[in-house]
Write a protein that binds this ligand. Sequence first.
Ligand SMILES: [Zn+2]
Length: 467
Amino acid sequence: MHNTNTLCGYIPYPASLHHLDGRDIFITKTNEGDKLIITGENPGFVGEKEDGHLVADLTHENALSLRRLFPFTAPRTGLKRGCSMGVGDRLGIATTGHLRAFSRFPNIFPVFAQQSIRELTLTGRSFDDVLDCVTFAVFREGYESGFGADGDHLKKPEEIAYALRSGYSMITLDSSEHIRGDFPDDYVPAKETQTRYLGSAFDLGDGLSLEFAAADLGRAAYIYDEAIRFIMDMHEQFIKGRDVDFEISIDETMTPTTPLEHYYVASELTRLDVRFASLAPRFCGEFQKGIDYIGDIAQFDKELMTHAAIAKKFGYKLSVHSGSDKFSVFPSVGKHTDGEFHLKTAGTNWLEAVRLIAQKAPALYRRLHEYALSHFSEATKYYHVTTNLDKIPELSAVADGDLPMLMEMNDARQLMHITYGILLTAKKEDGTFLFRDDLYTLWAEYAEDYAQLLDHHIGRHMSTLLG
Ligand SMILES: [Zn+2]
């Protein structure tokens, strides 16, 4: 190695070299994984002292120090205006690829850390761990434009407290447990509610307006009133007075959110002084995991126009959940929101990691695939999909070189998508992991290939959304 490339005998990742009051701080690759190297006086890292420098592991303690010393490695708010996108990384290795895509679309604010409690449980991770992986990645890649961290689909006060304690800048409140699924025909809302909503048309601009019939109002109030109270409580307790991007999710329900119901929820929350950055309705049609939109695109387009106008009127952004791979409706989303929206993807990042295994390690892919097939029904407890396993080709009939093609087939995508937790935590009889260690070894070996796959795939989301 040339001397000019080394510092204290280490080769830094070039973009990781940062300076702080005369010290050099950088990340280097070693046989035991990546390490932080700090020259000069130690500003608070925990590590091994060597000749004139410190060698520190990528631990939670050291992530905290980085966030303190280099604010760009800590999450911040940024959802309120413009376009933003959440890219959940269930593996802790995707940020390098993600930030390349975001660097090509500098007007999109990235939410690199985004995880729900369900995902944490299924992968055995913590909010701290998810955020720490992002902190080290943005430091290593020298990505200084800022990012958000989203405690996604939180349902309970203790879950919100947990995400805030870990320094998350965004809270997505899932009020689905308070949204009623049934509906009696004869429900009559309170007198004041009737006075507020009946007998007048609500102008949304652009020639759009909404008017409630008594039955519409009864239905909206019956289904959402308890959820609205819950949202108000959580806002009061955790959000008010804090610099947090607050997102309201009413998307995990049995039936789609009609524009009238959306209007009712937004109008009531505004009246009750709840401030939020974004709201996720459940759109018509199906937003299944990891595949394109299923449903009537013309109807989606028409309803989205009204949903977007409602959001604009009350001053927040529409949020599109399960946004992975919904290429056929992305142009509508970009157009009707004037490019002001939030979109969440998660599973597609895992599927690109699976694609990499299919490309580079066919034998391991075959083992994963067979295991996923035999555990598929367990996984459907957590995710709604309409996968037809019979449509997936027999693996024995697929040549090694054709395995990556499976990632172009919806049924195979969903098979591998919803079983991620089972695959990552599967254990042998002796208690060691069945796949996890082999997978991470390969992903580390082909880190550059994974970054390229994600840059391409997430970049395709961005270019389709923004036209
Ligand atoms: Zn959702």
